[in-house]
Design a binder for this molecule. Structure first.
Ligand code: G6P
Ligand code: MG
Length: 218
């Protein structure tokens, strides 16, 4: 049976996927680079560097310029998360985390963001998670399985005992590559490859997930 849940953060537990988008949009506008919400779809769950490479397209920049742009985007993003409070948790998140905890399920965070730990603390859920795998934990970004494998290791579980909760296509692909089950939050066009697809975390219960994953509850 399932013994661990690995939660992505941005776009799963809170609306920071939107904050990442706005920070990139601001940078792109300042640089005169074409970018919009539609183009941002390709950036969901993607690392900071890869996101920037996507936005600049064929334009050439020096490494120093790239670094400066990544720092600038991060500054905008960090400014935007300063006001996050537990109120910013998506509906249903605290209920699910609490239920999993009470059921003895291990909970890990599996986010590509170097800011994930700050967001978790600001959301007030640090006490509900057993381990945090973030943007500093591994080299290879999603869709490589490395981050989720690292998270599973941190909570002492084999990959096939873990379920990943993700809002990004690359995240679901990473979960599959890691040999884990997956719950996709969002539209089928984004997370249709997941074992279970849900619109959000409202009213989500462990027994239902286990049944849908065809696993006997322990
Ligand atoms: C997550 C987000 C991405 C973000 C990446 C890196 O995967 O979904 O939008 O680009 O983390 O975040 P960071 O805070 O390290 O720039
Ligand atoms: Mg995400």
């Amino acid at each position: 049976a399932i013994q661990g849940f690995i939660f992505d953060v941005d776009g799963v537990l809170t609306d920071t996927a939107e904050y990442h988008y706005r920070a990139w949009q601001r940078l792109a506008d300042e640089e005169g680079l074409p970018f919009d919400r539609q183009a941002n779809e390709a950036l969901r769950g993607v690392s900071r560097r890869e996101s920037l490479m996507h936005i600049i397209g064929i334009r050439q920049y020096s490494e120093a310029q790239l670094q400066a742009m990544m720092e600038r985007k991060n500054r905008y993003y960090v400014e935007s998360i300063a006001t996050i409070t537990p109120q910013n948790l998506f509906p249903g998140a605290i209920e699910l985390l609490t239920e999993l905890r009470q059921a003895g399920i291990k909970i890990a965070i599996g986010s590509a963001s170097k800011n994930a730990r700050t967001v978790i603390e600001k959301l007030g859920i640090g006490n509900l998670v057993d381990a945090i795998a973030d943007g500093d934990s591994v080299e290879a970004p999603k869709p490589a399985p490395d981050l989720f494998l690292y998270a599973a290791q941190q909570i002492g579980l084999e990959p096939d005992r873990c379920v990943v909760v993700e809002d990004a296509t690359v995240g679901v692909r990473a979960a599959i590559a890691a040999g884990m089950r997956s719950i996709g939050i969002g539209p089928i066009t984004r997370v249709g490859a997941a074992d279970i697809v849900l619109p959000n975390l409202i009213g989500v219960h462990l027994v239902d997930l286990q049944a849908q994953l065809k696993l006997a509850p322990e």
